[in-house]
Write a protein that binds this ligand. Structure first.
Ligand code: NAD
Length: 321
């Protein structure tokens, strides 16, 4: 029987590359598409020798053409960390809107099922805690993070419109902070920032007083949740994240203990519209997907640290175009 074919946009990025690995392992023919604006071919170079893997260097905000049949599309292309989307806000809005529209059109033409990577950022600076999928969010559309948050909200709305109006099979995953190997050391998010600062013996930068919270999900857990969601029959958004919440200050202490360095911190002003609290309510994922995280922070951080140690010894450059 012919292999099922899956298109993964953002396939050279952190999450996209792990998804490529998973679908290859499951016996799919994988087509990764990426313009490498924040991704890195190193993340998928081990797949290039495989017959059932293809890579297209392409910007999905432009017309997307893929020859042959497609069974599934996973749309993961988008800058994901504030440092990236603040630098390229228009591309960020375009990939969430035009890119999503192009891919929904492709899914419709091919009769493929499409899953989009949404985010906890659709909840903005949330007024309910923890956040469940029925909460509509508290987003500032004209603030600095608006380009990302609103692109993702539009992406969800466009996806639901294709689902309701054209009967397209769609899935929406709302991803909460995820970490693991292949994150960029310099992507500006707190976990890689703390780990690389600790490894370099620098003070850890805490924005604000460090009382804000985050919850971190290990990448293998996230990939499992996405895989289950894709093959479920549930079209409304589902949160996938790890509910174990920690303040940034406690997290700094945890990182120093893990890396065996003395805690030194440097306090900096809190960026505008930075969410104060982040914790997924994963009741739906538990009930519908039978999913919950398996890797706790101690184990996940240990695995990530190994990757970061290696990267700090042999740094690579990010391709920008
Ligand atoms: P990443 O930056 O590592 O990967 C994104 C990939 O998309 C990169 O390889 C980049 O080059 C590519 N890309 C960007 N614009 C493109 C375009 N116009 N055409 C083709 N390729 C393009 O980020 P990530 O952390 O892997 O995030 C992947 C997806 O998951 C994003 O959609 C992001 O919004 C979502 N997400 C991630 C997290 C997280 O914690 N990592 C949380 C919530 C949502």
């Amino acid at each position: 029987m012919a292999k099922k074919r899956v298109l993964i946009t953002g396939g050279a990025g952190f999450l996209g590359s792990h998804l490529c690995d998973r679908f290859i392992k499951e016996g799919f023919h994988v087509i990764a598409m990426d313009n490498l604006i924040t991704g890195n071919l190193e993340n998928i170079e081990h797949l290039f020798k495989l017959k059932n893997f293809e890579f297209y260097h392409h910007d999905v905000s432009k017309f997307v053409h893929v020859p042959g049949k497609l069974d599934y599309i996973l749309h993961f292309a988008s800058p994901a960390s504030p440092i990236d989307y603040l630098k390229i806000p228009i591309q960020t809005l375009k990939v969430g809107s035009l890119g999503t529209h192009n891919l929904l059109g492709l899914a419709k033409n091919k009769g493929a099922r499409m899953l989009i990577a949404s985010t906890s950022e659709v909840y903005g600076d949330p007024l309910v805690h923890p956040q469940n999928e029925d909460y509509w969010g508290n987003v500032n559309p004209v603030g600095p993070r608006g380009c990302y948050d609103e692109a993702k909200r539009f992406q969800e709305a466009m996806t639901m419109a294709y689902h309701m109006h054209h009967g397209l099979e769609t899935r929406i995953v709302r991803i909460f902070n995820t970490y693991g190997p292949r994150m960029r050391l310099d992507d500006g998010r707190v976990l890689p920032a703390f780990l690389s600062q600790a490894l370099r013996g620098e003070p850890l930068s805490i924005f604000g007083d460090g009382s804000q919270t985050r919850s971190f999900c290990y990448v293998d857990d996230l990939v499992e949740g996405i895989y289950r969601l894709l093959f479920s029959d549930y079209a409304l958004p589902v949160n996938v994240g790890n509910p174990s919440e920690i303040t940034i200050k406690e997290f700094a202490e945890e990182i120093c203990k893990l890396t065996g360095v003395e805690l030194k911190v440097e306090y900096q002003p809190l960026p505008k519209d930075d969410p104060q609290k982040r914790q997924p309510d994963i009741t739906k994922a538990r009930e519908i997907l039978g999913w919950e995280p398996q890797v706790d922070r101690a184990e996940g951080l240990k695995r990530t640290l190994e990757y970061f140690k290696e990267k700090i010894q042999t740094p690579t450059e990010t391709v920008e175009n």
